[in-house]
Design a protein around this ligand. Structure first.
Ligand code: KIV
Length: 267
């Protein structure tokens, strides 16, 4: 068995090796992505969309996130496991933030948490870090702010927005985050932020200059026919593969071909 990746292993990758992060929400998928040798598994609140079928991540609760994190941690991944703090689990108060972050480690088996937002949640981040819980930041298109943004839109466009994004990134670094997700920001802005920070950045729709990349596992596996954003590269077409397999099964059940003798018990 390989030695599990630690926080220090992740930090040491900046400038030496690009970080591979992918989401998972259940044991079966976690085992597969861990076997592929990813560095970080994120139990994202994207679970609310890809697992629960919601239009946004806003409906996900702490109990649901703890459950998904438990499902993933049970496989004892070599990858560093990060749990994603859902809407209203940290925005409400500093004590709420620390208590809920702690649940990811104590009940979920995660090694760190991720939370969305900049200077407005700085006190929460500092308090969680003081409780010895590693925190990953998340700036740019933070999906929990979808209604405030007026939709899922690229962030950090224009001089003022880019400057604000960089200021927020530096503030998060000062507050103690160990890495930073940059979601849907222009390539040059992500490059400038990545160069300005000593901690690794992990991009999604943020171009090639980040220290690592993350994708939602269902997106990279092509499991949806409808959702095809520009920043997602599909490395498989599993919607088609799975549909074809289930169609073949259905055909054999209906024709009586399955189960044939080899799948039956004898006396
Ligand atoms: O919830 C999630 O999956 C995320 C990643 C896309 C970064 O936040």
């Amino acid at each position: 068995m390989k030695k599990p990746l630690s926080l220090i292993d992740i930090l040491n990758k900046k400038g030496t090796q690009r970080i591979v992060m992918v989401t998972s929400y259940d044991s079966t998928m976690a085992k597969i992505v861990d076997a592929a040798g990813v560095d970080i598994i994120l139990v994202g609140d994207s679970a609310g969309m890809v697992m629960a079928g919601g239009d946004s991540t806003l409906g996900v609760t702490m109990d649901q996130m703890v459950y998904h994190t438990q499902c993933v941690s049970r496989v004892k991944p070599t990858a560093f496991l990060v749990g994603d703090m859902p809407f209203l689990s940290f925005q409400t108060s500093v004590p709420d933030a620390v208590r809920n972050a702690g649940r990811f480690l104590q009940e979920g088996g995660a090694k760190a948490v991720k939370l969305e937002g900049g200077t407005r949640v700085l006190e929460q981040i500092k308090a969680i870090v003081r409780a010895d819980i590693p925190v990953m930041g998340h700036l740019g298109l933070t999906p929990q702010s979808v209604h405030a943004f007026g939709g899922f839109k690229v962030q950090g466009r224009g001089e003022d927005a880019a400057r604000m994004l960089k200021e927020n990134a530096l503030a998060l670094q000062d507050a103690g985050v160990f890495s930073l997700v940059l979601e849907c920001v222009p390539v040059d802005v992500a490059k400038e932020v990545t160069e300005a920070l000593t901690i690794p950045t992990i991009g999604i729709g943020a171009g090639p200059h980040c220290d690592g990349q993350v994708l939602v596992i269902q997106d990279l596996l092509g499991m949806s026919k409808e959702f095809k954003p520009r920043f997602v590269k599909r490395y498989a077409e599993l919607f088609d593969t799975i549909r074809d397999a289930v169609e073949a099964y259905a055909g054999e059940v209906r024709s009586g071909t399955f189960p044939s003798e080899e799948y039956c018990f004898k006396d």
